[in-house]
Design a protein. Sequence first.
Length: 521
Amino acid sequence: MVLADLPPCVLEKLKPVKFITASLLLAIATLAGCATAPGSTAPAATAPAVTSAPPAHSLPNTRQAPANSRGKPYDGVMSDIAVQQASWQQVTPLATPIDLWDRIRRGFAMPDLQSDLVRDREQWYTSRPDYIYRMTERSKKYLFHIVEELELRNMPTELALLPFIESAFNPQAVSGAKAAGMWQFMPATGKYFELKQNAFRDDRRDVQASTRAALDYLQKLHNRFGDWHLALAAYNWGEGSVGRAIAKNQRAGLATDYLSLSMPMETRFYVPKLQAIKNIVARPDAYSSKLPLIENHPYFQSVTVSRDIDVALAAKLAEVPVDDFKALNPSINRPVILAAGTPQLLLPWDNAEVFESNLQAYTGGRLASWTVWIAPTTMRPADAAKRVGMTEADLRSVNAIPPRVVIRAGSTLLVPRANHIQADVTVKVADTGQLSVSPEVVLRRTVVKAGKGESVATIARKYRASPAQVAQWNKVSSSANFKPGQAVVLFLAPSALAKASAGTGAVTRRQPVRRANPKKH
């Protein structure tokens, strides 16, 4: 259905409405049909078939249209239906939601949990109004999208409140266990649900991708346990852990509902936290709480980028602050957006068109000042920095290189893009690039006494070094022999140093020397 199909009287009333949802169009269509004068019949040409359904939360999944009615005008004959067939047929609410909170309340579908822990969490949240306000302010950017996705899947809208519990709606949140993003995905779980994690992006933080994965996971858990409280417990504790707890209670002849299972304290508080937030959202006045207004329309829309572009420049062309840009695109963890890996950006609704217009008119030269360099060999960060014309501090900062490591061969590093480089980063590199590091080996200068008949070769074999290294350290040829008791200089790793210390020769230690790869020095 399109607006042009509606009667003029209805169109007149819709002038001030900015966003029309599928459910609203269906309600309007119903009203338009009822407004026809008794005894009159609307022309078939003005009554096209309705192809868009109302939000999934308003009707159960069992809904099926009559096989002979789709796309045909009403012929004046009404078919009989059984009572059980009519049970799903509800009158579409005429009043649209006041705001997004009202829309969420209408979709509540989980059974309420009643326990002392719920009351405890209610008191905890209501005693911290500033915390509640900050969380809900952050949620403004993301909540409409989550509610839309839940309704499309016919899932309870309480689940839209889950990021309040997981991350306080902070897409950059990282737990001590390395769970990341608004929905707090662990690395392995994220990979299972196809959330890419590489040197340039982490989809566990991506607003749309992580929401899709979280709802996929919650549906999977609900399908397994048949209960939303148990599904939530499994989301927090792991489905294997919940499955074992249920099996344990079954063997003991005990109940297997959420409140009856033995579980860690964090999981025991998990659903009560969500229930407490649900209760506050349902009746904020009863808890002396105030929820910020969140209008019932999209906050963002996606735009396509076809060339690599700096994050700062993209934000400038969109005319939004960099912090707001990053809040909508939190999966981008480097100062450049690689179009081959991240072709879609999220921008505030009114800024998307601004970005596309400004990008088309941009004449300021190249869009990206960064590109990717692949380390040809294992090397120290200082050596890599010299190769690409950066300071070591800048290389470490832009690539998040930890201290006391060496960069392994094949690692992808972000480096300044030379003026002569025209090509953007390829899909393969953008999708699979990784920074691979290993601990830096600390070599200590050590002096040992050569035994009778020892040579460069035997010393090298004894202390796990190469003959070329031993020869270089002692300024002799690789075939040279040592006199008994002659001092031999070595640079040894801790394991070889311990062996040298346990020998009969005298050992002296001096200033440690760091090497990226002892076998090549």
